[in-house]
Structures are given as C-alpha cells and as structure tokens.
Design a protein. Structure first.
Length: 348
C-alpha cells in the first residue's frame, strides 16, 4: 500500500466503514449499560442496601469475573508492568472505588440524572485546575464551555424550585466529579504499557479490598439485604440488580468500551460517552419513574454543551496561541463511564 501526503490509504471497500460502525455500536452499548448503574443501585438502596454495600457488590463481583484474565495478563507482561503496580492501585482506589462510592451516595440523595450530571462536571474542574496550576488562561472556547456548564449546574440544581435540594447529595456528586477528574489525569498517558484488562481487573480488586476494609473497620456502613427490591415497577429477587450491576454495568460496559475506544479512538469515543447522561435520564424515567423538571433538562443540555465546547477546543490542537492554552481532555472518560482506555467515564 502506497501512501502519499495528499492521498488516503487504499483499503478494501467498505472495511473501514464497517469497522467504524461496529465500534460505534459498541460505544453506544457501553454508554447505555454504564448508565444503568444508577437505576440498579437505587433499587437496592430502597430495599435496605447502603451505598457502600452496592459498590462492594459491584466492583467485588467484577473483580472476581476479571480475576483470571487479569492474572494471566499480569504474568505474561510482568516485566513491562511491574513498575506500574502503584498506579494500578491508585486507579483502583480513586477513579473506581471512591468515584463509584461518591456517585452512589449522590444517587441515594438525588435523582439518577442529576447525580450523573454533577459527576460530569469533571472536565470543567480540570479546566480550573489547569488554569490555577499553570497560571495560563485557557482559550476562549474553553472558558465559554466552562461557563456554560456551570450555568447548567445552577439550572440542574433548580434552587428556586419547590423541590428541596439535598446539600449532602450535591457534595457527594461534586466529590465524584473530583475523582472523575483524577481519572482523566491518570489516563492521559499516551505511552501506557498496562494492558486494559489488567488495569480494569487490578483496579477492581484493589477498589473492592478498600471498600470491604473500610466496612470491616466500621468506618463505612456495609448494609446488605435479602429483601426483594422494586425494579422497573416489579418486585424482583435481590440478586437481579446485583447481577445487573456486575455483569452489565461493569464487566460488559468495560469490555464494550475498550472495543469502542480502540476502533474509534479516544477522542471520538469521548464524545459518544456524553450520551451516558441522556441514557441515565432515560433509564431513570423508564425504570424508576424519575423525570427531571423542564428547567433541569435545560440545565443538563447546558452542561453537555459546555463539555462538548471544552472538548472541541481540545480537538483544535494543543499548540499555544499567545498567552492561552488548550486543555487536553483526550486521555479518558468518566468511570461511571469508563474502562481502561475509555478508562471514565466518568468514568479514555
């Protein structure tokens, strides 16, 4: 195959389009299944489970499912990855364990859609962090995007509405956004030698150990219940939402996201991941009967528009233009959202 500067590589007709279409389907499937975590978890909360117990079941079950392939990957590539074990542990503690714990705590106080929108403020937090640490002003589109997202946050919280706003829920959601921002920073390495399955499996194992350790020490309640939760308007056995959390919203969502990111690239996949918010609102409406107020829907659109503006500015390039810079958010997605190369979410 000959490639010139002004020509495109020749390929079998339809092959690239077919590969891209398949990857795009996997990307939407990943976003849709990640978004199911809120409804599954909320049904458990209403049946007596604590947020910590739901997180422990979710990432603990996923760690068991991924244990064998992660162990095989570790043994085969030990020389290449042994220097990254601490990073895998930090990844398991912050973007996986704490981010999910904070998000589930937010869901226990707020609607699923509002909680996820708060977590999706992580790109805006990164803009502020980069501005603070570099003392360099972002480009205009990034600033406008951040302002749009913050305005959307005010509308989502609906402070002037009749519904009482949970301050605790807001703080938990913002804490999840901070953890999601840490995920972006950690996943921004372009020369990462850690295989995705090892990053996911190892991170899940460390995160599950942390949550169970906190529960055993009495620092966090781990309340499980065998009562039948209500899911999609019906009483179901307790293991139905648990299996949904483990198999659908974690294992399948991670694997589908990895396939999507490798087929589309992290930048395109990061845009598709924004649909997780819309899927979350849709699932919460269909499965839980939660429908945001009109002003909250408008705020959600403003938050998504702001994030898109920030990422569009990043896609324009990282070169400096005068006294401003472009914030690079192409490293990963939010963890509710995420797998090691989407790897989040926030979950890239």
């Amino acid at each position: 195959m000959t490639i010139s500067r002004n020509s495109r590589p020749t390929a079998l007709p339809g092959a690239p389009a077919q590969n891209a279409s398949s990857a795009l389907l996997f990307a939407f499937a990943s976003a849709a299944t990640f978004a199911l975590s809120g409804p599954f978890a909320k049904s458990l909360f209403e049946a007596g489970w604590s947020p910590g117990a739901a997180v422990a079941a979710r990432i603990g079950g996923a760690a068991v499912v991924l244990a064998v392939p992660a162990a095989v990957s570790l043994v085969r590539q030990w020389v290449a990855v042994r220097g990254s074990l601490l990073r895998i542990a930090v990844y398991g503690i912050v973007p996986i364990a704490l981010c999910q714990l904070f998000y589930f705590n937010a869901v226990s106080h707020l609607s699923v859609g509002v909680a996820l929108l708060l977590e999706y403020l992580s790109p805006v937090l990164l803009v502020g962090w980069a501005w603070l640490t570099t003392r360099t002003r972002p480009r205009l589109l990034t600033i406008l995007g951040a302002a749009c997202a913050m305005s959307g946050l005010v509308l989502v919280l609906d402070l002037a509405g009749s519904t009482q706003v949970s301050v605790a829920g807001i703080l938990w959601g913002l804490a999840a956004a901070v953890c999601s921002a840490v995920f972006f920073i950690m996943s921004a390495r372009s020369n990462d030698t850690v295989p995705p399955i090892l990053m996911a499996g190892g991170g899940m194992a460390v995160g599950a150990a942390l949550i169970l350790g906190l529960g055993a020490a009495g620092l966090m309640p781990l309340t499980f219940s065998a009562a039948s939760p209500v899911f999609a308007g019906r009483l179901v056995p307790w293991f139905v939402p648990v299996l949904g959390l483990v198999l659908l919203t974690t294992v399948f969502a991670y694997v589908a996201g990895i396939i999507a990111t490798r087929g589309l690239g992290s930048k395109v996949a990061s845009f598709v991941a924004l649909f997780e918010v819309l899927f979350a609102v849709l699932w919460a409406w269909v499965l839980l009967g939660e429908m945001p107020r009109l002003v909250q829907l408008l705020g959600g659109l403003c938050i998504m528009a702001g994030v898109v503006m920030v990422r569009l500015d990043e896609l324009r390039g990282r070169g400096r233009r005068g006294p401003s810079y472009a914030v690079d958010l192409a490293g990963g997605l939010p963890p509710e959202a995420a797998q090691p190369q989407r790897i989040r979410h926030h979950q890239d």
